[in-house]
Ligand binder design. Structure first.
Ligand SMILES: Cc1ncc(COP(=O)(O)O)c(C=O)c1O
Length: 391
């Protein structure tokens, strides 16, 4: 009999929520998906002319493992505009942030080594870490009416886990937390004390709710080995481009880039056509960002209006494409999400998907802020009525 690896023996059963969704769809019942974070399905599309400028085809194929010069230069320029301090030589191009995470794990870790990742967090790391043979340790993002990074918890986790790297997601998905200057200093000091690399996921950097509170990119940080990750799937709302980047800086960055070059040379995964068009993509992406920021603010204010005076509270969002709702504690998050789906066809993300615990017995539901506004309003109004009925 054919044998398979232990590391890909992940459970594949669908969740109760997806089974009900599928059954509703099969029965021809409508679904109002408040979880859709795919910009191309929410009206954020480019004109044909703009689109074609993103792909610069050449007759010959001249790949470079770390990315062709035009792409690395365009990304460095973009990052410097965001307050980073990097040159093209520090940029590493890949096909997705997830791919760059996986390669970074392989470059930094032996099997069994640990990375520290935030909890709650977007469920991105588990599979990537399993494939790379890396264990995940967690440090808490805590809630006290707002989200904050518990730096003492990070220190404790660093001491007990002997981790090789810490991942900071700022802006964070799904909480919208953005690290403060103080948190950033303490995380860097912790990395220094424990010889850990710092991985900063900045995919939502361009999407502050309040522009005056936008923070600078961490790209170019020289205090510790730092890999700042981002990509066009969020920055330009162009996931089909399959292009992402890392900015590598700090002690050990030359060795890191030399190894990254070999790893990427093994796959050469990013199309040179999209790399040639990155400067056009980032230019057009800046306009798309404006539209998305507007959409997120509009939906956030709709949610605040609809849930005002109800038992649902809208958690503060500093940045990003998602919002968390706190619901009354008579049901847990899974039960609320199921009620919303079964009674009104509304899809939400129960907080447990992000590793969120119920705080003070109020469960969380996650909702996308980029959903088309009329649908978003309909969805949150139904949710508000549902909570009145069952809450
Ligand atoms: C915080 C964060 N990082 C990375 C990704 C994945 O990005 P990519 O499409 O570049 O792999 C996501 C996807 O939603 C995300 O939320």
């Amino acid at each position: 009999m054919q044998r398979f690896s232990d590391k890909t023996s992940w459970p594949r059963e669908s969740t109760p929520l997806s089974r009900v969704r599928y059954a509703r769809q099969k029965a021809g019942l409508s679904i109002l998906d408040l979880t859709s974070a795919n910009p191309t399905l929410q009206g954020f599309t480019y004109t044909e002319g703009t689109l074609s400028s993103f792909w610069q085809q050449g007759q010959s194929y001249n790949p470079h493992a770390l990315g062709i010069a035009a792409a690395r230069g365009a990304v460095a320029t973009y990052l410097c505009r965001q307050g980073g301090e990097v040159t093209a030589e520090q940029i590493w191009i890949g096909s997705g942030t997830s791919e760059l995470y996986a390669h970074t794990m392989s470059i930094l870790c032996n099997p069994g080594d640990t990375w520290l990742v935030p909890q709650p967090g977007y469920p991105l790391f588990d599979y990537v870490a399993d494939l790379a043979g890396v264990r995940l340790g967690h440090y808490a993002l805590s809630w006290d009416g707002d989200w904050y990074l518990r730096t003492n918890a990070l220190e404790e986790a660093a001491v007990t886990s002997h981790a090789r790297a810490v991942v900071v997601i700022s802006p964070h998905n799904p909480t919208g937390h953005v690290w403060t200057a103080g948190e950033r200093e303490e995380v860097i000091a912790c990395c220094k004390r424990h010889d850990m690399a710092l991985i900063v996921d900045e995919v939502f950097l361009d999407f502050p709710v309040d522009r005056k509170r936008a923070v600078a990119s961490c790209a170019g940080c020289e205090d510790v080995l730092t890999i700042c990750l981002s990509g066009a799937s969020k920055v330009a709302a162009f996931p089909q481009g399959k292009i992402a980047w890392g900015a590598v800086s700090g002690p050990g960055s030359d060795e890191f880039l030399a190894r990254a070059e070999l790893v990427s040379d093994t796959f050469l995964s990013t199309s040179t056509a999209i790399q040639g068009g990155v400067s056009n993509l980032l230019r057009a992406g800046a306009c798309m960002q404006e539209r998305i920021r507007f959409r997120c603010r509009e939906n956030l204010s709709t949610a605040r209006e609809v849930f005002a005076g109800t038992a649902v509270s809208v958690c503060p969002v500093q940045a990003g494409w998602s919002m968390l709702l706190r619901l009354p504690g008579m049901h847990d998050d899974a039960a609320w999400a199921m009620l919303a789906l079964e009674s009104d066809g509304i899809m939400t993300h129960p907080g447990y998907l992000f590793g969120m615990e119920t705080v003070n017995s109020n469960p969380f539901l996650g909702v996308s802020l980029i959903v088309e506004p009329a649908l978003f309003r309909k969805g949150v109004e139904k949710l508000a009525r549902l909570v009145m009925r069952y809450g």
